[in-house]
Design a binder for this molecule. Sequence first.
Ligand code: SAH
Ligand code: AVI
Length: 374
Amino acid sequence: MTPRTPVTTPAGATGTADTDDADSTNGTDGTSRETGTVAGATTFAGLTLDRHVHASDRAVNLARDVLSGLTANPRELPPKWFYDATGGMLFDEITRLPEYYPTRCERAVLDGHASDIAAACPADTLVELGSGTSEKTRLLLDALRAAGGLRRFVAFDVDESTLTQAGRSLIAAYPDLAVHAVVGDFERHLSHLPSGGRRLIAFLGGTIGNMRPAKRGAFLRALREQCGSTDALLLGTDLVKDPDRLVAAYDDGAGVTAAFNRNVLTVINRELGADFNIRGFAHVVRWNAADSWIEMRLRAVRDQQVTIDSLALAVDFQRGDDLLTEISAKFTRDMITAELADTGWAVAQQWTDPEGDFAVTLATPSTAPEAAPV
Ligand code: SAH
Ligand code: AVI
């Protein structure tokens, strides 16, 4: 099956594609669109909130990604667009599914080793990238607090609704902790991470696997550049295993992952005035052994045309045409060590759950990273 090209060309949706980068100076230029308070942060109900992605930037970026993704061959969308309030809730439901082992396995590692992690890196600031609900993160907060020095938690996520909800819940649970929520894209806004103190930067859940190898490399290098010699990275990665288990984790019997996958179409319908018929696309999952990743796709169940008003774009799908919505890479322990070494990180310690399904790696800055490829 070969994806077809769209029938209509779009009318100028790309000109301001990088406006969020311009706006993201918000965190450092001393002004905020919200209140004009200093340091670009808004504080309400004890929660400090920095926004590096504003509603208007979000629309421009979504338009850019949908335009390039739906006019490409093969068609593809970046996975960050799953995560509106509904997508965040669906992901949360996924983490409790019997087939979806990664969250349980990573929690088991943190349950068993959070105190080892805190001993190895007694940070005063825990930063979490792609933080979501920050549920498992509480194990790290508890261990760092017990180690004595914890003052601040920085949660960084592109989905403001889940982020602020998680932030409020953490303020209630940890009244002595300064909670700082940052709405940003970890592929663009790492330079705006709050600095100062000794930071443990957690990137959990296997989210790094949702990036292709080149993007992972760029991300790890960019993060390394932001880190001082006493900072450390705590990286959660799913491990290669029996393909049947892998596929089942992304194609659950209750259909929650299918709803999560189709949610990206609902986001595009709402935010770009598109008319995707959600039932016109089937949820398809396959294990790509050559690239060591799961692929999640939406496959047209019939011939159809979709129009996207904001882009003045019409896209033809023939029955069987695919749209790749996510990859989820699965690693070996050697792959993790090699990718970290290539990007300026040295593995300090690594743990897995008892079954060896999921790894959590503590890494420290090694030599100065090589210059990122342009
Ligand atoms: N870390 C949590 C949540 C994982 S779900 C866990 O382990 O359970 C992935 C999270 O990453 C979502 O909350 C999503 O909004 C966020 N995310 C995805 N792409 C992002 C990006 N480019 N920048 C920032 N956050 C992103
Ligand atoms: C967030 N990320 C690590 C999840 C994963 O497993 O790749 C997203 C997800 N997609 C389908 N189910 C879960």
